[in-house]
Design a protein around this ligand. Structure first.
Ligand SMILES: Cc1cc2nc3c(=O)[nH]c(=O)nc-3n(C[C@H](O)[C@H](O)[C@H](O)COP(=O)(O)OP(=O)(O)OC[C@H]3O[C@@H](n4cnc5c(N)ncnc54)[C@H](O)[C@@H]3O)c2cc1C
Length: 395
């Protein structure tokens, strides 16, 4: 294997000069931490006031990180990615909508997305947030109850409410199994994650008997998650199902630390970035060493983690297109990894969210924070874009 994540010609072949210049402008802007800080605080508020800012958002951050406002609008991007051997994880990215009617509507949308994915050749997965199907407060109550349901025993209506969440999830997974589309269940805040994990394990036990349909997500910025991976694997072996695991570092670090500090409990976050990196890479190794039982999605923009995983596959003689190993990056980020992996025949996808602009604001704000110069990602993206623009100019 002769892979280089520095090859910007492969990375940006699908982008016009105009697209690249637009991306350069955006990443340049996100390089100013004060701008990102003010922007992420003010944008949700400005959107609520009804001021006409949709246009500017649509042309900048939305264009870079989101596939469109509707499922149909994602088709154009999906087909361009497909031309380069890149797959798609479709994500109905609407967040923060509460109420039973909204949860039922989201279930219908997920089923529509699965049916659509089944008609495409390069959409093997959809992604789901349980907070799109369940009241946040209910998840929080269940999280605080160490044993399933014990925290809601006194409230009949909450038992029914949780049953409805399970039914929604079951219906989605059932259709996905029928259509052979994988369901990736996102990891969210630690204070609601426990019921999400339990529900996901329950679905895996039902639907992952012969092949992997349902995937849980572990955030390796948590210091307890490598252990959780081992335990999940043990449970899967005991109960006779295959484990689906998406590995991420985690998107809510500041929020987690702040809450732990405010409430006076030990932070669930690793002490250092190096600890996160170590557990991330160890998790990848563990999954690849147990490839018969575990199907893994290496969801990361970290060059080293991706390279190590690819090299390890070669060392272990695992074919690049092994059905149990997928790589994935968010749409709008790390094209250098995605397109160079695709060129070497690895299973690699872009995580492509869609939804009305107003409803995908939280997702876009997380991307802005992740790409602010504080995290270092902006520098990486910007230097690759500049390198490619220069290469094209001299070509
Ligand atoms: C396909 C896909 C699906 C995703 N799904 C989810 C999901 O379900 N849930 C979710 O939370 N996120 C999800 N993410 C987002 C993901 O968590 C972030 O993109 C990721 O954390 C960025 O890290 P990286 O692996 O790209 O590597 P890097 O850029 O090398 O690492 C940055 C990350 O390291 C961690 N980190 C940074 N500084 C420190 C520190 N001082 N101490 C400890 N840790 C530190 C943080 O997690 C930070 O985001 C997903 C990403 C992808 C690509």
């Amino acid at each position: 294997m002769n892979i280089s994540f520095d090859n910007t010609e492969n990375a940006f072949a699908y982008k016009s000069d105009k697209d690249l210049k637009g991306a350069k402008f955006l990443f340049n802007t996100m390089g100013y931490p004060w701008f990102v800080q003010i922007g992420t605080r003010l944008t949700p508020f400005i959107m609520k006031t009804g001021l006409p800012v949709d246009g500017i958002i649509r042309k900048t951050i939305f264009k870079q990180f989101v596939g469109g406002e509707t499922l149909e609008e994602t088709a154009a991007i999906g087909s361009i990615l497909g031309k380069y051997g890149v797959q798609v994880i479709l994500d109905y990215g609407v967040e923060g909508k509460q109420g039973e009617a909204n949860f039922d509507h989201a279930t219908e949308v997920f089923i529509r997305v699965i049916n659509y994915a089944a008609t495409q050749t390069n959409i093997p997965f959809i992604s789901i947030k349980v907070t799109g199907l369940a009241r946040f407060g209910l998840l929080q109550t269940l999280n605080e109850a160490p044993r399933l349901r014990s925290g809601i025993h006194d409230h009949e209506e909450e038992i029914d409410e949780w049953d409805r969440v399970r039914e929604r999830m079951y219906t989605i997974c059932e259709v996905a199994a029928e259509k052979n589309i994988g369901v990736l269940i996102d990891a969210e805040e630690t204070w609601i994650q426990d019921p999400v994990d339990r529900l996901t394990m329950e679905m895996m036990e039902i639907f992952n008997k012969s092949k992997v349909i349902v995937y849980n997500t572990i955030q390796l910025y948590r210091h307890d998650r490598l252990h959780f991976l081992h335990i999940s694997h043990q449970i899967a072996k005991q109960k006779g199902f295959k484990l689906g695991m998406k590995l991420v570092r985690g998107a809510y670090m500041e929020k987690e630390r702040e809450r732990a500090y405010d409430k006076g409990y030990e932070s669930p976050i690793q002490a250092t970035k190096e600890d996160t990196d170590r557990d991330y890479n160890d998790s990848v190794t563990y999954c690849l060493e147990n490839i018969e039982d575990i199907s893994v999605i290496i969801a990361s923009h970290n060059d080293e983690s991706n390279l190590k995983a690819a090299e390890m596959m070669d060392r272990h003689g695992i074919p690049h297109n092994h059905p149990h190993v997928h790589f994935s990056q968010l749409f709008g980020m790390s094209d250098n990894i995605t397109f160079n992996l695709a060129k070497e025949g690895f299973n690699v996808s872009k995580y492509l969210p869609f939804g009305p602009i107003r409803d995908v604001i939280p997702y876009m704000m997380r991307r802005a924070q992740e790409n602010s110069s504080v995290s270092g990602q902006t520098g990486r993206e910007l230097s690759l874009i500049k390198k490619e623009l220069k290469r094209r100019k001299n070509a």
